[in-house]
Design a protein around this ligand. Structure first.
Ligand code: CP3
Length: 353
């Protein structure tokens, strides 16, 4: 295996000593970059971008060409799994993701099966291989998946929703059906992430974007239990290297201790919680990733620097911190403020190591 020129991100996830705090940004390749919009126009639309490994590689590398980021993340989407399950994913402009065949009928739910990633998601695995080649050992590549609960939300609603009413109705009225969907989806996620690891992903993140809207008991039963299954089913080592896993439940700060106990290497934090307090609670078990409010990027370099300093001070001295935003970067973000963020993290964090 080629040795990485910059393995700061992987070392921080394993809480090994690092010279500075590494940073990557959720949705770092996306619409706030003019070059992304140009490539998407050439591809035709977002899904064609995801399904063509040449385009996916091109946009994955775009933010790395601009900023000194410490990791690349595979360009794809969490909804590739339900698409491979036959639900018919499409994106209508301005309305976000939609499914032609949402999961509503009991017979369709009973019919659901986990796709073979090699057969049905080969374009993602090809992208992973091609991106690894293009990165040429510069920084590690992150693979990812949605959590079973978050995927189920989209599969059941047929798209995004303000309150996920249909999903929650099923949760309370037919928990057996929701558990069936989650069980099949958890297997799909394990197979998919392990296939990404075999193809070359060097760390994986599970996006549990909607787990935070559940009650505490429902979170444990319908989201956390499946996250635990996944983490336990992941390949822990590949090509002689540890493959760290990151679990990000948006709104999960209240369940931090429980999330940290499922066996993941790191927990992603949104901006609502204090990273210092989070470290006090679980810092002996896991690394922490986060957690600047993405809206800080609408201010100016001086304010961004202050906020970076505040978060670094809150986490304190030592390894185990990967800097990130508390959620994805907004499409309206000025790219020069992202540059200011990355530089501020690199400059200011040396004093903490
Ligand atoms: O972080 C990265 O750079 C990797 C790429 C990535 C995308 N989506 C690209 C994308 C990742 C990791 C995702 C995850 C994802 N997709 C989530 C979890 C994210 C989180 O932050 O919690 C969710 C909920 C989805 C489903 C999805 N895909 C939504 C809600 C949307 C937005 C629709 C819209 O128009 O606002 C997408 C589309 C999408 N995925 C875009 C990108 C860059 C924008 C599409 C475009 O170019 O038009």
């Amino acid at each position: 295996m080629t040795k990485l020129k910059n393995d700061t991100f992987l070392r921080a996830l394993l809480k090994e000593p690092v010279p500075y705090t590494p940073i990557w940004i959720m949705r770092q390749a996306g619409r706030y970059l003019p070059e992304y919009n140009q490539t998407r126009a050439r591809a035709g639309d977002f899904l064609s971008l995801c399904k063509n490994p040449d385009f996916a590689t091109e946009v994955t590398l775009q933010p790395l060409a601009r900023f000194g980021l410490d990791a690349a993340i595979l360009f794809s989407d969490i909804l590739t799994i339900p698409d491979a399950m036959g639900l018919g994913l499409y994106f209508s402009t301005g309305e976000g993701p939609k499914f032609e065949r949402p999961l509503r009928e009991e017979w369709a739910i009973r019919d659901l099966s986990a796709p073979d990633p090699e057969e049905h998601l080969g374009y993602v695995l090809d992208a992973v291989k091609q991106i690894r080649k293009a990165l040429d050992g510069s920084v590690p590549l992150i693979g990812f998946s949605g959590s079973p609960f978050t995927l189920a939300c989209y599969m059941i609603e047929g798209g995004g929703s303000d309150d996920f009413r249909t999903t929650k109705t099923m949760l309370y009225q037919r928990p057996d059906l929701l558990h069936h969907i989650l069980q099949v989806t958890a297997k799909a996620v394990i197979d998919y992430l392990n296939a990404q690891i075999r193809a070359g992903a060097q760390a994986v993140q599970i996006f549990d974007t909607w787990g935070g809207m559940l009650s505490s008991s429902a979170y444990e039963e319908f989201s956390l239990a499946y996250l635990r299954q996944i983490v336990q089913g992941l390949i822990k080592e590949h090509d002689g290297q540890r493959i760290p896993s990151i679990v990000f439940t948006k709104g999960g700060g209240v369940w931090l201790d429980k999330i940290a106990a499922i066996g993941c290497d790191a927990v992603g934090l949104d901006w609502m919680c204090s990273i210092g307090q989070a470290r006090g609670r679980v810092g002996d078990k896991v690394a922490l990733q986060g957690n600047m409010d993405p809206m800080v990027l609408f201010s100016d370099p001086k304010t961004i620097r202050q906020e970076v300093r505040r978060i670094l001070e809150s986490y304190g001295q030592g390894s185990g911190h990967v800097f990130n935003l508390g959620h994805g970067v907004s499409q309206f973000t000025p790219p020069e403020n992202v540059a200011a963020l990355v530089d501020a993290v690199h400059e200011l964090s040396t004093g903490f190591h």
